[in-house]
Design a binder for this molecule. Structure first.
Ligand code: AMP
Length: 587
């Protein structure tokens, strides 16, 4: 398939801010895609080479790309650098350089989607001595044969700068329409995706064997399962009511969620956002490999930092020391961790997600209680049916440094990717009107003044609306940042700057800069108010009004473990608003 077909679609997508049109473009593209490359096509649209957990990364340095552009255009390095400093965009630089090519090759090969994918793959796999040269040679060969606009997208892809704004959600809609003529089949696609977290593989199966075949997709070790999430409850009474008056209590620990997969000798740990995090926790990998005798298993738990001398749980921030690529061995002893297991999804060839919480807990206890160590433990649990018992357990939880409680319905199954009341989070009842912190995604910024000149002075934040798959604005935040954190955020945001508002963002304020929604911050506020300006929960309380957070403040936590789609949702915000009103009526 000609790469130019994909490029045409990308160009159309880049020009639109309408999500529906994005989907239409994708449908057309899939209809033109031959069966044997639909899998690669899905990855390319996602801006990847495979599912996240495989970790096939390109991340090519600008310098290498500049050399390759020079090689293939015949222009001097200094000329390329000049164009780059003018445009500030390497993709555009490549396009201009190829338009002004001073050399043509006699023999050129077609640029097909297959070839582009194949070369990207080779680039990402080449490592070690001489790999830089190999990479430059591979990129040059591709750019040599490319038209200017093709070169632009090849470069954008290589440096991880595609920013098309396509959510998995739209991709799944497009797959359903293109291959089944029925958008409602998206639910079937999503269910399969939740099991194996690989949309390319799901699309391939859909194209080859039809929608029914997706029902046979099951979870399997070494492919992360989309994690089940919890709904918020406000007090023990609500938890009991929603749990049929008999619930299981567990501490809600504040650390990093991990899914542990073992298949024969292979052990991998995956994060909540489905990335492979094994290399950060070598001691946990070793412990699992040595201690677990089961042939295959998928477990879930929370990794928390603990004291080097005692077993006390330390604040979440301490985990940051363990997320550095260097000094892993050194930090391992200085900043030890414990993994508290709370679920089992798969064991010895059996998917047990359809079994009840109580049965899964039994399996956990039967297979793991005899291997408990300081590094790996089962989270304690308690089955209760009285409000008092919940209040007491919450007190204990807070004393040992937990965030609150997880209250779980005893008969609930594990539903991959679902956020429902089968799991409920109960935090301390605060005196302030706002019961909980919110996780909000950065969508825009205003430049700062005074000490913050040249940096951002205020960030525009959004919640996630799952019904429309969009990010409506909810507040501007400028407090709670240390200079150091502000600098980190500023540098992180550089990778996500856009030339216009992102198609999935809904906001009216004028901003100096817009971003691709990527970075999630934890925010505390004083109350939720009606707002004529912000779009979060628009019309859900009052016609023409959205909701906003009053006096928002950054808590210091960048939630790098959360995807933007996992931040606070419209439903949660509206519920928090109602609760706040209720609270005022009582007091
Ligand atoms: P939240 O991030 O506030 O939506 O809360 C859900 C998160 O709580 C999960 O993703 C886990 O990382 C974490 N968590 C801590 N303790 C537990 C537990 N006992 N059971 C389930 N999740 C837990």
């Amino acid at each position: 398939m000609d790469f130019s077909i994909l490029v045409e679609t990308f160009e159309k997508m880049e020009k639109t801010t309408s999500r529906l049109m994005l989907t239409d473009f994708l449908v057309d593209l899939f209809k033109k895609t031959p069966e044997n490359i639909v899998q690669q096509m899905v990855y390319l649209i996602q801006g990847k080479l495979g599912p996240d957990f495989i970790g096939l990364e390109l991340g090519i340095a600008d310098k290498m790309v500049i050399k390759a552009i020079a090689n293939s255009s015949g222009l001097k390095l200094s000329d390329i650098n000049k164009i780059f400093s003018k445009t500030g965009d390497l993709g555009k630089t490549s396009e201009i350089a190829l338009e002004n090519k001073t050399q043509t090759t006699l023999i050129s090969e077609d640029v097909s989607v297959e070839r582009v994918y194949d070369i990207f793959n080779k680039i990402s796999r080449s490592s070690g001595k001489g790999s830089q040269m190999t990479k430059i040679r591979l990129i040059s060969s591709l750019l040599n044969d490319s038209l200017p606009n093709e070169g632009k997208y090849i470069v954008k892809f290589l440096i991880g700068n595609l920013r098309l704004g396509i959510a998995d959600y739209s991709l799944m809609d497009a797959l359903a329409i293109a291959f089944t003529d029925n958008k409602s089949n998206r639910a079937v696609i999503e269910k399969a995706y939740n099991q194996i977290s690989d949309l390319g593989e799901v699309a391939n199966k859909l194209y080859k064997n039809g929608i029914k075949s997706l029902n046979t997709i099951r979870i399997e070790p070494l492919k992360p399962v989309r994690p089940m999430l919890a709904e918020r409850v406000l007090n023990p009474r609500e938890a009991l009511e929603r749990g049929n008056n008999r619930v299981a209590l567990e501490y809600k620990l504040d650390g990093e969620r991990a899914q542990i997969h073992k298949k024969k000798d292979q052990v991998n740990l995956y994060s909540r956002s489905l990335e492979n995090i094994t290399s950060y926790y070598p001691e946990l990998k070793k412990e699992f490999a040595n201690k677990i005798k089961n042939n295959s298993i998928i477990l879930e738990g929370e990794i928390v930092p603990i004291g080097a001398e005692n077993n006390q749980i330390k604040p979440f921030q301490e985990l940051m020391h363990r997320k550095r690529k260097h000094d892993i061995e050194k930090n391992l002893e200085k900043y030890p961790v414990s993994l508290f297991l709370f679920d089992v999804l798969y064991i010895d060839g059996d998917d047990v997600t359809d079994q009840s919480y109580l049965k899964r807990r039994k399996i956990l206890e039967n297979n793991l209680s005899n291997i408990e160590t300081r590094k790996i433990r089962l989270i304690p649990n308690k089955i209760v049916s009285q409000e008092r018992e919940i209040t007491d357990y919450l007190d204990t939880a807070l004393k040992i440094g937990a965030e609150g409680l997880m209250v779980k319905q005893t008969e609930s199954v594990y539903r991959a990717g679902a956020r429902e009341y089968a799991w409920m989070k109960l935090k301390k009842e605060y005196d302030a009107d706002l019961v909980d912190t919110l996780d909000l995604v950065i969508i825009g910024a205003l430049f700062g003044k005074g000490r913050r000149t040249g940096k951002y002075g205020a960030l525009l934040l959004a919640i996630y609306d799952s019904d429309t798959d969009s990010f409506p604005s909810v507040c501007k935040v400028g407090t709670g940042f240390t200079d150091e954190v502000l600098e980190t955020i500023y540098n992180e945001l550089k990778k996500h700057i856009l030339s216009h508002k992102h198609p999935r963002v809904s906001a009216t304020p004028n901003m100096d800069v817009w971003f691709e929604p990527k970075i999630v911050l934890e925010i505390i506020g004083s109350e939720i108010t009606l707002s004529p300006l912000h779009r979060a929960g628009l019309n859900s309380i009052k016609e023409g009004y959205g909701l906003a957070i009053r006096f928002p403040k950054f808590t210091g936590k960048i939630r790098s473990d959360k995807l933007p789609e996992q931040c606070t949702t419209t439903r949660e915000l509206v519920e928090m608003y109602h609760e706040q009103i209720k609270k005022r009526e009582i007091s």
